[in-house]
Design a protein around this ligand. Structure first.
Ligand code: NAP
Length: 324
């Protein structure tokens, strides 16, 4: 097949490209190239989706499948649909479980149009994804696969979130972990999601799916990761959520955080029913494998580098001192 990946230079879209090349497809990536190169065997066509006529260079080319990961702009999605929607038999739009306003009822956030003046908050992100999904369904109805991804993990993750754990565990010693017996983790390895996206294009799988893995209790997930990556003698030190909050530790991501830790008010994000995606061919691998691959990637970057997410050694020491 000839596949157009709108992206290809970062994490998921790069993994989709690599997988599609590996399976013998002819892959064209449409991106600026500002974030890096595309996997060997793919062709990068330099396009800037913020510019009018972004797709002019690809005029006249026909694709068997398009994969779009657009994140910030409904107009990007519409422009791509206008350029290729009429002629492409299978269209994947990568959305997010952030589209849900309420995880208990599956109510969606209200769709929002682009507004360059508005701050791009987590809520706006979800609303832009809702509007983008709608745009896709309007133009390529019956040919669309909408992939509502959960937390994406594994090698190459630009957010630094998941990799914190294997990197930290591999350094050993006393490791601060949230004492959250109720908390679960749901994630999908980037390579598994990529494999499914390419498979779905090949098999013309359509519909809207929550695409993540099964729920694992947080403690068990840490245990599995530790089993695969921790240095001998590593000691996990559970710290209550109350104390973590008092000490200004952030949940989920970003500086001074314990990545993947979700406070009770966000906990609904975990528990999405993924049976439809599993039935449609998504195959999540064991967490230990993801942790090992993430660790290898982390080692390549340097375990002591400044991170975008997690605790620094000093911050962790401060917490350990406060709780001992
Ligand atoms: N990470 C998660 O845990 C998570 C969870 C749920 C859903 N998702 C969704 O999963 C997808 C992840 O996609 P991704 O990993 O490939 O990363 P991404 O950051 O969403 O996509 C980046 C791609 O867009 C290209 N791009 C950026 N600005 C551009 C422009 N002006 N013109 C043309 N191309 C441009 C980038 O290439 P250049 O910079 O080289 O142009 C890059 O290849 C997204 O849809 C995200 O919303 C992620």
């Amino acid at each position: 097949m000839k596949i157009l990946v709108l992206g290809g230079t970062v994490f998921l879209s790069k993994a989709v490209t690599a997988e599609a090349v590996r399976r013998g497809h002819d892959v064209v990536c449409g991106a600026r190239g500002a974030s890096g190169g595309v996997p060997e065997g793919a062709r990068l066509v330099s396009i800037d989706r913020n510019r009018p006529g972004a797709f002019d260079q690809l005029a006249g080319e026909r694709f068997d499948a398009v994969v779009d990961v657009a994140k910030y702009s409904v107009n990007w999605v519409r422009d791509a649909l206008e350029a290729f929607g009429g002629t492409t038999p299978h269209w994947t739009f990568v959305s997010s479980i952030s589209v849900y306003a309420d995880h208990a009822t599956d109510e969606l956030l209200p769709p929002l149009e682009d507004d360059p003046a508005a701050e791009f908050t987590a809520e706006r992100y979800g609303s832009v994804k809702v509007a983008s999904e709608n745009a896709v369904r309007e133009v390529v109805a019956g040919r669309e696969l909408v992939v509502r991804a959960g937390l994406i993990t594994g090698p190459d993750d630009p957010t630094d979130r998941f990799g914190y754990w294997p990197a930290r565990l591999s350094r050993g010693g006393r490791v601060v972990v949230p004492d959250s017996p109720e908390l679960g983790v749901q994630h999908i390895d980037v390579r598994d999601l990529a494999r499914w996206i390419v498979f779905a294009a090949e098999e013309r799988v359509t519909g809207t799916y929550d695409a993540t893995g099964p729920v694992t209790p947080f403690q068990m997930a840490i245990g599995e990761m530790a089993g695969a990556t921790a240095a001998p003698g590593t000691q996990l030190v559970p710290v209550s959520e109350e104390v973590l909050r008092e000490l200004g530790v952030n949940p989920w991501a970003g500086p001074r955080s314990l990545p993947l830790w979700l406070p009770a008010e966000w906990a609904g994000m975990v528990g999405r029913d993924v049976s439809a995606a599993l039935a449609a061919g998504l195959k999540p691998r064991p967490l230990a494998e993801t942790a090992l691959a993430a660790l290898e990637h982390e080692r390549g970057l340097g375990l002591d580098r400044p991170r975008k997410a997690g605790l620094t050694s000093e911050e962790e020491q401060e917490i350990l001192k406060a709780v001992s």
